[in-house]
Write a protein that binds this ligand. Sequence first.
Ligand SMILES: [Fe+2]
Ligand SMILES: [Fe+2]
Length: 197
Amino acid sequence: MFSLSKLSPSITDMIRFDHSHVLVTFHQYTGTAKTSVKKALAETICDALEIHATLEEEIFYPVMRRLDDSPVLQKSEPEHMEMRRFIDELRQTKASDARHDELMHELMRDVMHHVADEETVLLPQAERLLGKDRLSELGAQMTSRRIELLKPKAGKIARNTAVGFSGSTTAIVVGLAGALMAARFVSRHTPELSSRH
Ligand SMILES: [Fe+2]
Ligand SMILES: [Fe+2]
């Protein structure tokens, strides 16, 4: 039976996109940035990581566990817990404090390592073992759960994104990447639209 969820981007593409968003935001965090910008960037990263980790734990990891409970998968949730400890401490630290920079760098070092494992082991494995339709169905599940998780934080995320990216070309790049992904998705799945052009 035709299902709209099969038109969704795959869960693996969504996970990769979340990773890129966090890394791009981190690259804006420089030692010379204003404290208000540092705090906004840190908050954007913390919120994005919390939502991403919850989505993986609730939707992606359980599916992968049923396929192959690999060592990389087994250390994924403990690594998320470690990341949450850094996030708690970061939130309690003033951006004017040198410890804020240290914590940010420690958190991102852990995140980069974790992301590398996911992108070189778990995501390719998911794409090998799950069909295209299943990956899209899981992508659709991820989107509806993401909307629920974003709702209570939407205002705060919008404010921090605006302050963190103020005067930065990155906002344009991230916006453009999102728009391109959406355009690719629409043209791929709407033949009557693409044939008109
Ligand atoms: Fe993860
Ligand atoms: Fe991830």
